[in-house]
Design a protein around this ligand. Sequence first.
Ligand SMILES: C[S@@+](CC[C@H](N)C(=O)[O-])C[C@H]1O[C@@H](n2cnc3c(N)ncnc32)[C@H](O)[C@@H]1O
Length: 385
Amino acid sequence: MPKAHDMMASVVTDEQARQDYALALRMHLYKVYGMSMRSFFEGPVTRRFEKKHRRPPQTHSEARRALDEAAPYKFWSAMMRDAQRQLWDSVADSIDRDRPTVTATYDRLHANARGSVTLKPGLKMPVYIDALDHHCMPGGYHTDLGGDDLRAGAMYDFGGAMYMRAISTTSGGQLNDGRGHSIAGFLFENWPGFKPTRILDMGCTVGQNTLPLCQHFPGAEIVAIDVGAPCLRYAHARAEALGHKVHFVQANAEKTDFPDGSFDLIVSQIMMHEMNRPAIDRVFRESYRLLKPGGIVAHLDVPFRFEHMDLFEQVGATWEQYHNNETFIEGLCRVDFAGVARAASFRELKIGYQKSIRDPIKERTPLKDRPSTDGRYWLIVSGVK
Ligand SMILES: C[S@@+](CC[C@H](N)C(=O)[O-])C[C@H]1O[C@@H](n2cnc3c(N)ncnc32)[C@H](O)[C@@H]1O
């Protein structure tokens, strides 16, 4: 597999074989067995529940518990978790073997950088970040092995690119940048003349979806924050490798050190589903503080809203919470985003489902009120200061 850019670790044949196996296993379990779980839920699981309760399951937790008690679902969940672990193990093989080359590439790109990386040693990690390894990635986003450690960033970038090989190209291909293009499409569609001069991307990880903002808003100064130092170092060199100038800063999106009114556009992309509820409120309030009057916020996340899902879909959406260390998905499915945005003083709210696109100039798509099956969608919550 050709490398997507200079910072990505290389792969040797044995690693490739192991990665292909782990990916195929994970996708087969997800797509083939996962989908067959619907008829299992609607048939035997519901009949068993009805026998006991004289009615079908009515709530998400009833449906989830009924499935979790059923041996085939338990087995499938265990296999999925194990496949996820195998995926990360197979990625770690390449990252750890190629570390000297990736480190040398970092040193070269950092020495000649147009952008920057500013770290804040001692920044207190939010509990929802350091209490567990998100989606079972060993060490999570924040574990810093010392020196100019890049491991978490290298793992995330490589793992994401691998995963993208297995799903639709509208999600961004190996660069895994579909969210950035989609959010640009949302902005072009709704504010055609909007030309932000200073943009903040919150929870950027390795900047995969920060870079489309550079592409679609040329001339704007782009700042991207995250709590994880190894991700930010890697993001910095990755942006340089791909020819983009970004200022990466280690900061907690709930409360940053930027002065009031520093930006005219603030975005986040799949950050909120990793946060607890108080943190989501604080991120909206911080976004408001950081925007100039008339500035726009657009927080994009996974398209899971319980009010638009049947019981089986609800259980599917929260599988990651109970089996893949994504602790706050269920909370996200229930958040009243309009209430949160209004409480933070935002006006002109736009909340809906944005189709995942690769080319925001050619593929403009309006926000939808309901999810749709004609492609991949993201949830967007936006407002104006
Ligand atoms: C799933 S990743 C998002 C990746 C990236 N935005 C993208 O679309 O490719 C979530 C990121 O949010 C970061 N994050 C979570 N809580 C944060 C907080 N309070 N402040 C800053 N970053 C945070 C995590 O460290 C992680 O890197």
